[in-house]
Write a protein that binds this ligand. Structure first.
Ligand code: ADP
Length: 499
């Protein structure tokens, strides 16, 4: 089994942490209670720094600032071109600071430093630029209601938005929420996950430098049941956008419904199937399946955690997959050789290990992995179970770690049925050279995104979100912008129309 690569001499000196307070109305301020919480380095389990802990009273102050900025400030009133110019400047500043922000996500979330630098941070800048490009193209329609009336629609910003985001992609989740709502002309309060507050505070600092007016973007770190619940139940927040677990999504929707009926969009859990057909290139398919479950240590809601393989290639596939999993390098996220860093925190680490025990007890066969790596930090071996039955908990529950459930199928009908046997419906993958198989399966699977002969292919213009209990509403693409807009119809009589 893989042993952790020894802690390398840091290839990059981790910068001192500059921002640890709440960012409200353009200033870094301590929380009103003076309370702080610790954010922990999952490589060691040691505290990185103490962060001001926002609670209900701090959310109230932040919402007041956002409300004032929305009702009376320049942001919603400036032209889309002006908003775009400021957003473009922000994107440039983020790229200039890529190395420093990447280091923050690496120590806070255990993410691979080199990958974050070349993937996540450019994706943040790219998302900001994509939506900046849309800011001056937001418009309604002219409706010729009748001979007697002229009607048109206005697209207005929805107002003050609350964003609640998770810890697995602290940077790209931030960008997915903040950039479209900024482009729409909204103002906002964002709560990063308590595990990973560092990069969001850094982005807030750069936003101010770029010229985003005070009060438009407020960042309040804190815990879910206090700061998060204060957002979802707030009477003066006009919309909540959430990414996280299905249970918390349910709580947020309840809170929104029983307060001011604010609309919510929820991007929730997944248990995504990857279907590999007999005509696939087995070696490439095994690489894809492995990446699908191990990328970001399995802490990704679209992870291909259920892999269905057709019987003709099953044995060969299983053998290759296990060989490749054994060669996968688990180690320090700053080491360029590492392919997998530590799980984000002790809770997740223990939850994953307990699911591995559940899998064994349920009678699945543990082909490889199953243990922690080393004795420090939260590293877990790439873990593969075979002989998994569809109703086992390891085939139904989102584990959110490097644990894959392997299943065999005979016919295309059986594969589709198995893939859809889930309360989730976020993503799916298909590997085949047969276009008819690809077309049939992609139309039959109830999931928000289907990848054919690829996986994790994301793009700023590709909407992303769930079917079933994976939530509703879409991030990215123009769909991701529309949820921050409100449609107003305006109707006026026409006298003496010649038409
Ligand atoms: P995970 O279980 O993967 O940690 P969560 O769904 O618990 O994911 O967390 C995602 C985000 O939701 C975090 O920012 C967290 O603080 C927040 N959160 C957790 N509980 C609540 C709640 N009751 N109300 C609002 N936000 C919450």
């Amino acid at each position: 089994s893989p042993s952790p690569s020894p802690l390398p001499p840091p290839p990059f000196k981790i910068p001192p942490i500059k921002f640890t307070k709440l960012f409200i109305n353009g200033q870094f301020v301590p929380s009103l209670s003076g309370k702080e919480f610790e954010t922990v380095d999952p490589r060691t389990g040691e505290v990185i720094v103490k962060i001001s802990e926002g609670r209900k009273e701090d959310i109230d102050v932040a919402v007041n600032a956002a409300r004032e900025a929305f009702d009376n400030g320049p942001w919603p009133r400036m032209s889309g071109v002006e908003r775009a110019r400021i957003m473009m400047k922000w994107a440039d500043l983020i790229e200039e600071n890529a190395e420093e922000v990447a280091a923050l996500d690496a120590i806070d979330a255990g993410k691979l430093f080199h990958l974050v630098k070349v993937l996540d941070i450019p994706a943040v800048a790219g998302a900001i630029r994509y939506y900046a490009g849309a800011a001056d193209k937001i418009h309604g329609e002219v409706l010729k209601a009748s001979r007697e009336f002229h009607a048109y629609t206005l697209m207005e910003p929805i107002g003050v938005v609350g964003h609640i985001i998770p810890w697995n992609f602290p940077s790209t989740m931030f960008a997915a929420k903040v950039s479209p709502s900024l482009a729409a002309g909204c103002t906002m309060v964002l709560k990063p996950a308590e595990q990973t507050p560092l990069s969001a505070l850094f982005y807030a600092h750069l936003a101010k430098q770029a010229g985003i007016p005070d009060g438009v973007l407020n960042v309040v770190p804190g815990f879910g049941p206090t700061a998060g619940a204060a957002i979802s139940s707030h009477m003066d927040i006009d919309k909540v956008s959430f990414t996280g677990s299905t249970d918390v999504g349910r709580a947020i929707m309840h809170a929104a419904a029983s307060s001011n009926l604010k609309p919510v969009s929820l991007e929730l859990g997944g248990k995504s199937p990857l279907l590999i057909f007999d005509d696939a290139d087995v070696d490439k398919a095994a690489d894809l399946a492995l990446l699908g479950i191990l990328f970001n240590k399995g802490e990704i809601c679209v992870a291909s955690s259920r892999v269905f393989v057709q019987e003709g290639i099953y044995d060969e596939f299983e053998k290759k997959l296990v060989e490749k999993a054994k060669a996968w390098v688990v180690g320090d996220p700053f080491d360029p050789k590492s392919q997998q860093g530590p799980q984000v925190d002790k809770n997740q680490f223990e939850k994953i290990l307990s699911y591995i025990e559940i899998g064994k007890q349920e009678g699945a066969t543990l082909l490889t992995g199953g243990k922690r790596v080393g004795n420090k930090g939260y590293y877990i071996e790439p873990t593969i179970f075979s002989n998994v039955k569809e109703d086992m908990r390891i085939a139904q529950d989102e584990i959110f770690g490097p644990v894959l459930a392997l299943m065999k199928f005979r016919s295309i009908e059986e594969a589709i049925k198995g893939a859809n046997n889930s309360r989730y419906g976020l993503a799916a993958g298909i590997v085949t050279k047969n276009i008819d198989t690809a077309n049939t399966v992609s139309r039959s699977i109830r999931a928000g995104i289907v990848w054919i002969n690829c996986y994790f292919a994301f793009g700023n213009d590709i909407p992303y979100g769930g079917y079933k209990q994976s939530g509703f509403g879409r991030d990215f693409g123009l769909e991701g912008l529309h949820k921050y807009l409100q449609v107003k119809s305006v109707v006026t009589p026409i006298y003496n129309s010649p038409w």
